[in-house]
Design a protein. Structure first.
Length: 173
């Protein structure tokens, strides 16, 4: 049951994230299709790259809203205890006897002696790298430099609790 619920939670998150990226894409298409590509770049920054199409148009790869955030602490940096002093020992002895023909009795006893204590051990753990956050899109323009389409190609989680950086960058609810 838990596995099914876990799968549904992940699926819901993915679908919501896709829907939010789709909302951002729809909003940008509504605002900018038919506008000069320079009006988009003036507002959101220059493209990272571009390539020419056979029809004289261009496709621009744009990335914006770039930042990063610290990864969540998963507890892996906590000090680990180190057993020290006294230590512990354990001994086991067995004795087998045959009190009657056809009967075997085995007696076992285990003795454990412990006299240790714990001291924290410092661990040198390198910091986790920051999580990159950005919105990346392909912007198509015709031969006159007029935007004909906008497509989100990569959308990371947003800052804080947002699931779409593109939705944040383009102010889409």
């Amino acid at each position: 049951m838990f596995t099914r619920l876990g799968f549904l939670a992940v699926l819901t998150t993915v679908l919501v994230a896709c829907a939010t990226s789709q909302k951002a894409e729809t909003a940008v298409n509504a605002r900018f299709v038919g506008q000069p590509v320079d009006s988009f770049f003036a507002r959101y920054g220059a493209p990272r790259s571009s390539y020419a199409l056979n029809n004289g148009g261009s496709v621009y790869r744009w990335r914006g809203g770039e930042t990063s955030k610290a990864p969540l602490d998963d507890g892996s940096r906590n000090a680990k205890p180190l057993a020290a002093g006294g230590g512990s020992s354990s001994s086991t002895s067995s004795h087998t006897s045959s009190p009657q023909p056809g009967t075997t009795v085995t007696e076992s006893s285990t003795t454990t002696v412990s006299g240790g204590f714990s001291i924290p051990q410092s661990l040198l753990v390198p910091p986790k790298p920051p999580i990159p956050i950005f919105c990346e899109a392909d912007i198509s323009a015709d031969a006159k430099g007029i935007i004909t389409g906008f497509h989100v190609s990569q959308d990371t989680e947003g800052v804080g609790f947002s699931i779409s950086r593109c939705a944040e960058v383009f102010d889409v609810n």
